[in-house]
Design a protein around this ligand. Sequence first.
Ligand code: GLP
Length: 240
Amino acid sequence: MRFILTEDYEELSRRAAEIIAAQVREKPACVLGLATGSTPIGAYRELARMYREEGLDFSRARSFNLDEYYPMSPDHPQSYRYFMEKNLFSEINLPREMTAVPSGDTDNPPETCRAYDAAIEDAGGIDLQLLGIGQNGHIGFNEPDDTLYASTHLTPLTEDTIRANARFFSSAAEVPTHAISMGMGSILRARKILLLVSGKNKHEALKNLYHDKIDPHCPATFLKLHPDATVICDSEAYNG
Ligand code: GLP
């Protein structure tokens, strides 16, 4: 695991966008694994600027998002599909039909999950997987537990996550209780991993990445098994 410490969120966002842009330039038909949450917004803004001002070209790329609430309609303003449209897809030239977000309104979650992993494999696997981290150490919606899922799956959200994500809804009661998430295997099969950690509230989760232990109660620690994982953290996350 490689750590990059940045002064602040702006620098973190810039460094992240540079790494993603380098991937797109090196392999224009690349497969990007994308994440939601407040953390990647700055990097998405910077990628949009690079598209507008520097001609960064996404026209041959494709993307798979990590997760989606369940049940959730794609046009709900808190859906992750809506988030991606607003924060990235509408700002760059990634063809819409090349973007995938797990469908939160499926009536057959097991089949949707199976098909999602199959689609990633058919696309040749993910070249670069962008990740944020939950305060409880989750990645995607792989929640802390005694055991973790390898494949894309339907999962209940923990109380901690529902509380943390309630800020985006009018109340905690409105946060969906479940999500469809790529599993740990789906994530770890990506050829490169880029984890962004920003803000004081991520300090405890970040500390778990420094020592040598792997712990299903902090799913992000499994990224230590990956041969090409980069963590970019800002000074607030680092110092706590
Ligand atoms: C959500 C998402 C994660 C994300 C995490 C942190 O629950 N499922 O993919 O990394 O929250 O979000 P934020 O960046 O807003 O702290």
